[in-house]
Design a protein around this ligand. Sequence first.
Ligand code: 4AD
Ligand code: MG
Length: 434
Amino acid sequence: MPRITIADASAHAGETVSIAGWLYNLRKSGKIVFPLLRDGTGLMQCVAVKSALPEPVFEEIKNLTQESSLILTGKVRAEARAPGGFELEVEGVEVLQRVPESDPYPITPKDHGTEFLADRRHLWLRSQRQHAIIRVRHEVIKAVRDYFDSHGFTLVDTPIFTPAACEGTTTLFEVNYFEDEKAYLTQSGQLYNEANAMAFGKVYCFGPTFRAEKSKTRRHLTEFWMVEPEMAFADLEEVQRVAEEMLIFVVGRVLGNKREELKTLERDVTKLEAVQPPFPRLSYDEAVKILQQNGSDIQWGSDFGGTDETILTKQFERPIMVDRFPTAIKAFYMAPDPERPEVALGVDVLAPEGYGEIIGGGQRIHDHALLMQRIADHQLPPEAFDWYSDLRKFGSVPHGGFGMGIERCVAWICGLEHIRETIAFPRMLYRLRP
Ligand code: 4AD
Ligand code: MG
């Protein structure tokens, strides 16, 4: 008898099959019970009829408890009213582990608080909503990779243990690296990406990154996944073009392949369908004016706060690209605008509906003397950047790239209130467990 998955049930209508999974729910109505089985690929309504089954089999099914693991056998039948359009007429059951009544599955269909669920994240992942989010995440990651793989980029992964800061010294996680050396968990693969771009032209890295950010917001994780393309001979304009094209590709893929999941999440897909080129481009100067007109007390020179990003992105229905931030508030490697050195050739892409920054990037300094000056201005140890400054000595070229936080992107696409649901096991200021 073939073992099938629920997702494949339609190809087996009329056949007797077995399906291995977990009991999601059990509805009883007299002499019929309806186990709802989940197997990771979907949900399948099953029907066990008392008169059609040996007494002990029926009793075993009737007394099943939530999340017990089991293998059901039976005939697949088309049933328009069942989720997925098919149901299983049960002929037999093998229970692998029955969850005892004395210690029942803690997550029931009633409403639980988020902290309660977060403490049980290892189990919470089994619920429909979490399932949908993680599947959208998978699609986003696959789309991102497909985009770069099909546009001439080589994947070159960058290290996680690093000897120095990339994005500022205040958010570094320090680890002991054997006897007397300190290492830091990477904040971004960018610096190594720049070396890789000088070797391969167009590259990307994609991995976990770490920020010891003491901010308890709905947008911050201490461990998150970032995809970072880097391109030799690219200016700010080219960086913006690639960021826009990639985002449109990613959103299109999710709309094309993950409709069911978006439905489960009750996502208003018209908001995603509106994500079309061109994305509005505005300067930091213009953004500050818009913010001031809309009640923010931001002054030229300071970075946007979370509320500023929310206010700004609520004005547009597409992602927006804000460029030329004050050089003083940006990382040491950002190229100053030659015509206006007080602003940098950097860009942030802010997602609509109040989501805010999902991409940060821009053009890098490629002049050796200027780079060394910036390293000194930022009080960074020059010896840690020896190899990095070499890139400006041996065939330096204008170059640039960006980083997109996968979780921020998924939170926006799924329409989530908080970033914590976009990763299986979130790491935040006050959460390291489970
Ligand atoms: O703007 P950031 O700090 O830029 C960089 O790290 C550059 N080195 C990237 C590059 O040019 N190669 O971070 C990039 C993106 C942000 O736009 C955001 O999506 C995400 O990374 N990000 C975070 N996501 C979740 N939690 C945090 N604490 C994040 N910090 C940044
Ligand atoms: Mg940023």
